[in-house]
Ligand binder design. Structure first.
Ligand SMILES: [Zn+2]
Length: 191
């Protein structure tokens, strides 16, 4: 298992619902946790906050979310199966997002401030989550993956919303990075 990156077409597909939480599903969740932490170990300036199953080429509606998105020492992730957005609320907030599947590129993405999500946990319990801010943003980003949508799709003003991370972990505007790129899609290889 490995993390797939753009322009892999599987990132653009819609994932199917999990019908039964069996050993195969639990194995997938374990692989996701492991891959997230492996990725983090190789990226000293970034924290692996979450991941969706299609990011390892498994087209099933499963995501994992880091319990503490500030503290790298807390390596626990909660898995959500068949997560669904039931409501979004509040003003639209623009903030940076990155993605394990879109290497080095960061962007300023508008998202609603609050979200309500319904999902199942690994033990089959139905849960409802009311999230705000960073957690709401992360849930929306990961649920997007299950529909073949990437954060870059939400950026309308393509001229100055993209950043890249240099070797020291600093975010720099893409304009200074590649002056000649007219179409930013080239940055993540989809064109
Ligand atoms: Zn992502």
């Amino acid at each position: 298992m490995k993390i797939i990156t753009t322009p892999d077409k599987r990132l653009r597909e819609k994932s199917e619902k999990v019908r039964q939480i069996n050993f195969e599903v639990l194995d997938i969740i374990n692989d996701m946790r492991k891959l997230s932490l492996d990725w983090e170990a190789k990226h000293p300036y970034e924290l692996s906050a979450a991941m969706a199953a299609p990011q390892m080429g498994v087209l099933k509606r499963i995501i994992i979310i880091r319990d503490d998105m500030e503290d790298k020492k807390n390596a626990h992730f909660t898995a959500l199966i068949n997560p669904e957005v039931t409501k979004t609320e509040g003003k639209t907030v623009v903030d940076f997002e990155g993605c394990l599947s879109v290497p080095k590129i960061y962007g300023k993405v508008p998202r609603p401030l609050k979200v309500r999500v319904k999902a199942k946990t690994e033990d089959g319990k139905e849960i409802r989550i009311k999230a705000t801010g960073e957690l709401a943003r992360t849930l929306l980003h990961e649920i997007d993956h299950l529909n073949g949508v990437l954060f870059i799709d939400h950026i309308r003003d393509k001229s100055d919303a993209f950043y890249y991370m240099d070797d020291k972990g600093e975010l720099l505007p893409v304009k200074n990075y590649e002056k000649d790129v007219r179409d930013n899609k080239k940055l993540w290889g989809e064109e």
